[in-house]
Design a protein around this ligand. Structure first.
Ligand code: PPS
Length: 306
């Protein structure tokens, strides 16, 4: 959802920014411009040494991106301050009004090895990622906290469709009528793919509970050793309060007419269980019923509190 507007203020008139319409690709609602550019996205040329961080929106993508960048750079915060997170790690399917470069154009211009971001469900991932046997880190977060975070994000990110009020947004979320589609299909699709491909499947709740353990898992997956002092530095640097204060990670470099952090900060709460302040009892039960129906037969389980 992030556009590189600030580098092209001459070319783009913010007054023309309108909230996107959703357009389906293979049954998945995507932002209109992403759907229009679907051909080039599907034909994206992954390279064998690409690392992909893939998530359903609001699952802890930015957190994982910052962790990965720190691991790849020996825990050096200065190197990780070289650019905002959305420039360090291109968002491959993101398409922006011309002449702002698309995620693919940014990725194509980047030297290897690249780290890339995507929110695509597994069946829409460009096939070259499978053909090149790329490493993929998938992060999942429980549906209730994801829905709350996604609602607040829709309120502040003026590029996303109008969310309506919380009740209306939740109805759409449960029906999969939100950008990048059904949370249930997304987390399950990637869960089922994880044993057939080079995928590390992580959970936001585990990262909250024991960040050092999950950071070590990521480092091992990348084939890198993390000496204790480096690990400690990465844990500190990627704590919620430190990422919230870090302009290279907190999206405050985005113009306010795109992301209005006065409406809701990108780094909002960063906890497990905030959903309890938003869900009515019947809304929570409705989600639990859909969850049981869609995921009941799988080994995939989530924690909604720690
Ligand atoms: S996006 O737009 O889809 O890329 O958003 P994403 O980065 O996936 O998710 C944003 C939510 O993650 C929280 N966050 C964190 N939580 C804990 N620790 C750290 N370091 C951290 N960094 C980001 C962020 O606050 C959003 O969740 P909510 O619940 O809205 O606070």
């Amino acid at each position: 959802m992030v556009m590189d507007f600030e580098s092209s203020s001459d070319a783009f008139d913010p007054k023309t920014l309108k909230r996107s319409k959703l357009v389906e690709v293979e049954g998945v609602p995507l932002l209109g411009l992403i759907a229009e550019n679907w051909g080039p996205t599907w034909n994206f040329k992954a390279r064998p040494d690409d690392l992909l961080i893939c998530t359903y929106p609001k699952a802890g993508t930015t957190w994982t991106q910052e962790i990965v960048d720190m691991i790849q750079h020996g825990g050096d915060p200065q190197i990780c301050a070289r650019a905002p997170i959305y420039k360090r790690i291109p968002f491959i399917e993101m398409c922006q009004p011309k002449p702002i470069p698309s995620g693919i154009e940014q990725a194509d211009a980047m030297p290897s090895p690249r780290t890339l971001k995507s929110h695509l469900p597994v069946h829409l991932l460009p096939p070259s990622f499978w053909e090149q046997n790329c490493k993929i880190i998938y992060v999942a977060r429980n549906a209730k906290d994801t829905a709350v975070s996604y609602f607040h994000f829709h309120c502040m990110d003026k590029w996303l469709p109008e969310p309506g009020n919380w009740n209306q947004f939740l109805d759409n979320f449960l029906a999969g009528k939100v950008t990048w589609g059904s949370w249930f299909d997304h987390v399950l699709g990637w869960w089922e793919a994880k044993d057939r491909h080079h995928i590390l499947y992580l959970f936001y709740e585990d990262m909250k509970e024991d960040p050092a353990e999950e950071i070590q898992k990521i480092a091992q997956f990348l084939g890198l050793e993390l000496p204790e002092p480096v690990l400690n530095r990465i844990v500190q640097h990627t704590m919620f309060k430190n990422m919230k204060a870090n302009p290279m990670a907190n999206y405050t470099t985005m113009p306010t007419w795109h992301m209005d952090q006065a409406v809701s900060p990108f780094m909002r709460k960063g906890i497990v269980g905030d959903w309890k302040k938003h869900f009515l009892v019947d809304q929570s039960e409705r989600l639990d019923d859909i969850y049981a129906h869609k995921l009941g037969g799988s080994s995939l389980t989530f924690r909604t509190q720690l």
